[in-house]
Design a protein around this ligand. Sequence first.
Ligand code: ZN
Length: 332
Amino acid sequence: MIGLSPRSFALLALLGALVFVLATSLRLETPSRAESGPVAVPETTTSSDKRIAFSFDDVPRDPGAFLRDGERPGLLLEALRHGGIEQAAFFVNPGRITESDGDADTVLRYAAAGHVLANHTADHSKLSAVSAGRFLADIDAAQVWLDGKPNLRPWFRFPYLDEGGTNRTKRDAVRAGLQKRGLLNGYVTVDASDWYMENLALAAAKQGKIMDWNALRDLFVESYLESANFSDDLARRTLGRAPVQMILLHETDLAAMFVDDLAIALKEDGWTIVTADEAYADPMVSMIPDVEMADGTRTQMLAAERGVGNRWYMRNDQKVAKKLFAERVLRE
Ligand SMILES: [Zn+2]
């Protein structure tokens, strides 16, 4: 063994440290392909101001065309996690929940995963078809079930986005009723009629038709991405700024299968996914539209109020949606 003075030991230690630093920096500068492993997808690729939150209506919704009984909630929660959607809003119809169907547990499972619950009436009443009194009673029936549940928010989503149509008296009676109850209109701004795609898929399955899964995913993702950008453009033309968008989906098989693909596509397009709480903290919450026809998305109604044109996203036209589904998913 060679004897070392404290000074030469210190020099050697310094030299060793230098070699280590040099080696580390060289390695950092020139990583080999074999060692670099899988490439992480960045959260967002641009620093755009586009923000969007997610919501699911009609909880619990009827079975769809693809998943087995009981499969949907777990898959949906996994897709939300995978897509980086930390807090979505689930608008519940408690009139569809019975003691024995396990749906109450499903709703609580969504809340336990960090998502929030809100009112969608007990029995999914259509405001244009019932009196204001009956409609408010349906809201109250839902609230009885919801009160005391975890992660409950004081939000109400109009079934069919029907806020009273052309009947202003009824519209105003329900608006006053919501205010009296401390409920906020849980409006939407982005829609691409996933419920209709689900209907088309159910009809195709019933007829034994073969559906192209990848084409269905692409159609779903592409339609919602387009609709989000359409609403972003409409909002900028209407308000001169970019409000937080609120996307309307339903608790369907399609959502459980594809919502993570949609979230990833939105992020790649420069969108930031935010919580439902952040969406309903937007100043748009207090902009109550006074329009001829109270229905549809809030962006549409605010645009109509200001006479802004080109307000309707094309694929919410069922003829257009049906044709696309037939061509791309059924290859007809
Ligand atoms: Zn609904």
